[in-house]
Design a protein around this ligand. Sequence first.
Ligand SMILES: [Zn+2]
Length: 109
Amino acid sequence: MNQSDLGRYQKKLEELISDIENYLKKSEESAAVVEPDKGLGRLSRMEAMQDQQMVLELRRRKKRQLLDVRNALKRIEQKSYGTCLFCTKTISSDRLDAFPEVQTCVNCA
Ligand SMILES: [Zn+2]
């Protein structure tokens, strides 16, 4: 992979990190335990708990993605970015454009 492509992916990955960190910060409150006496407005407690579950699940996924993104940045430094972790083939640029943090090719995913 050439330098300008690497730079482009690096920028994307850094943007992803700040997006994810923003989300994690913003969603902290909605992920907090639903207090039984919390004033919930028009939301019932049941709905509030379902919302909370969704937020928690999304936060779990985002945290995992954050690790992958940081890993991918490390792989750029180590010049191994863009090659599949398992078969060492080059990962297609279509795939990297859609998911810049992936570490495996389509066949090994
Ligand atoms: Zn592979």
